[in-house]
Design a protein around this ligand. Structure first.
Ligand SMILES: Cc1cc2nc3c(=O)[nH]c(=O)nc-3n(C[C@H](O)[C@H](O)[C@H](O)COP(=O)(O)OP(=O)(O)OC[C@H]3O[C@@H](n4cnc5c(N)ncnc54)[C@H](O)[C@@H]3O)c2cc1C
Length: 511
């Protein structure tokens, strides 16, 4: 890849030159951009950072290639319709080699509850039933209901729910699946789980099954998302991209350029230009301006509406959204290089550690750990592994510190995490070869996300996914894509949002 020449490239700034201008190159933005380019649209992507991918980016240090965020990747299946990453790459005639992960998560939970979510569905269900034999029927019924949601989704092409002709077509093609989805759209996981399960510890297990991707317990987690996650991990499976998660964005960029699209790095959009209250272009921090028929923001809704449209009163629709959803915390992230002696050969890639159920949602309560080198050893020097451990943290706890206090606080917090991980990997501290600690401030700075947030979470219990906005906004010509649009966080989810956004924009442009 010739990144240097890319930095130097400058897109055309003529009036009305682009069909669509994308602000940001996260996976949501790149899927939209590639879909539009594949349909023949003239697309420009403007990315403030030096590489694409956002939260699915990477960085390299001393022979290690670390994933910035995501490592547990859905959407790379080979069948059905929910394999959106595979489909997004195919649309621009590219693909990625992936490595199947035999276990989605190895849970290490309070009261010595140890559960592995095997790719093999029956093996997982058997393992859970062994822990909760008195709930065998409830376990089967609950996860069966998740399959019902998934089967509805996986029967139809996933495009824009804001496009009436698509809705009519899909309804006539798959009436039962559509009615099924309409039924589940306003529901949350907690209500359905309690219909079948009584055991309090098992309900807590369902809570953490949700929390580990939705960052809220089952009570507040939409059933549509759970249907996807709890079933697709056994259907398309979890598959790690060879060469690291950063490869997904790199390949999408390759495909975008193949289809005539342009991406510029170090191109921070400072303002969305409005004329007669319609979005018509963008102004960069360095003063350049670009004009487009449609402007799409892959920045979070908070960044889009409060920073890129600063003099606007917040549209009513956005005010309502902000009343329903709040920013989730960010993360404290440890990127570690670890000598391989402390890892037994049968270790799984993804782990979740929680010692006390009461602290599941607290900062430093739940620890997430990924060891992607167990799937792709090429990401680290020989005989070494990558550990990416992260735990929720609020930005407020990292503000107003002197550089020295900030540094010391990071070191202390990291030491506590390493100490807790010693329970799973005795000798970890002595096996450390490299350590880099990121805080919510790091996430804010490098990912361009307000307060470094992981994304929106419901303020209170809502009606499933009904309150999540789609891609159109209250401002004509302006669309949003990514994790603050339907259906929320996660790479496959933002890819869904990308397919939907591209579809809506393409119809509006007459493609
Ligand atoms: C620690 C962590 C672990 C995670 N683990 C997983 C996981 O295992 N599996 C999973 O599926 N998901 C995971 N996620 C979530 C997933 O990474 C995100 O939901 C997803 O990547 C968000 O994609 P996006 O397209 O919405 O936006 P982002 O990834 O936030 O990308 C937005 C892009 O826009 C750019 N941008 C912003 N503002 C501007 C501007 N003004 N001008 C120009 N460019 C701008 C940013 O630089 C960025 O590149 C994780 C996230 C984190 C932080």
């Amino acid at each position: 890849m010739t990144t240097v020449s890319r930095y130097q490239r400058s897109a055309d700034t003529d009036c009305e030159l682009y069909d669509a201008i994308m602000i940001g190159s996260g996976i949501g933005g790149l899927v939209t951009a590639t879909q539009l380019a594949a349909k023949g649209a003239k697309v420009l992507v403007l990315e403030r950072y030096i590489i694409p991918g956002g939260s699915a980016g990477y960085f390299e240090r001393q022979g290690y290639r670390f994933d910035v965020g995501a490592s547990m990747i859905f959407g790379f299946g080979s069948q059905g319709t929910t394999n959106l990453l595979t489909r997004a790459l195919e649309a621009v005639e590219t693909s990625l080699e992936t490595i199947p992960d035999p276990v989605q998560i190895d849970y290490h939970l309070p009261d010595q509850l140890e559960v592995k979510v095997h790719r093999d569905y029956d093996k997982f269900i058997q393992e859970l039933i062994c822990q909760f034999p008195h709930e065998a029927e409830g376990i089967r019924k609950f996860y069966d209901e998740c399959w019902r949601v998934f089967n509805c989704l996986n029967a139809m092409e996933l495009l824009s729910l804001e496009e009436p002709r698509y809705l009519t077509r899909v309804f006539f093609q798959h009436p039962l699946a559509c009615l099924g989805l309409v039924k589940y759209l306003p529901q949350n996981v907690g209500d359905i789980a309690r219909r079948y399960i009584r055991d309090r510890n098992l309900l807590k297990f369902i809570d953490i099954e949700c929390y580990c991707w939705s960052v809220v317990p089952a009570e507040k987690t939409p059933m549509i998302n759970a249907g996807m996650v709890f079933s697709d991990r056994h259907y398309g499976g979890i598959n790690y991209p060879k060469g690291g998660v950063g490869q997904i964005a790199q390949k999408l960029v390759e495909g975008l350029e193949k289809k005539g699209g342009t991406i510029e790095y170090k191109a921070r959009v400072k303002e969305i230009i409005l004329e007669n209250n319609k979005a018509v272009g963008v102004r960069l921090a360095d003063g350049r301006e670009y004009r487009g028929k449609r402007i799409i923001s892959n920045a979070t809704r908070w960044d889009t509406f409060e920073k890129l449209l600063p003099d606007q009163t917040l549209p009513k629709k956005e005010q309502k959204w902000q009343e329903r959803y709040q920013k989730s915390p960010s993360f404290l992230s440890l990127h570690l290089g670890v000598k391989s002696d402390v890892i037994s050969p049968d270790t799984d890639c993804h782990h979740i550690l929680l010692e006390n159920w009461e602290q599941m949602e607290e900062p430093e309560g739940t620890i997430f750990l990924s060891i992607p080198t167990l799937l792709d050893p090429s990401l680290a020097p020989p005989n070494c592994h990558i550990f990416h451990a992260f735990t929720p943290h609020w930005i407020e706890d990292w503000q107003g510190l002197s550089p020295q206090d900030y540094h010391e606080k990071k070191e202390q917090a990291a030491a506590k995490i390493v100490q807790r991980l010693e329970k799973i990997f005795p000798g970890l501290e002595d096996a450390l070869d490299y350590q880099e600690v990121g805080t919510p401030r790091t996430h804010r700075r490098f990912l361009g996300r307000e307060d470094g947030t992981y994304g929106p979470i419901p303020q209170k219990k809502l009606m499933g996914l009904l309150g999540m906005p789609f891609n159109q906004t209250a401002i004509p010509g302006l669309y949003c894509v990514g994790d603050s649009t339907f259906p929320g966080q996660g790479l496959n989810a933002v890819a869904f949002s990308g397919f939907a956004c591209a579809h809506r924009v393409a119809v509006d442009l007459g493609f």
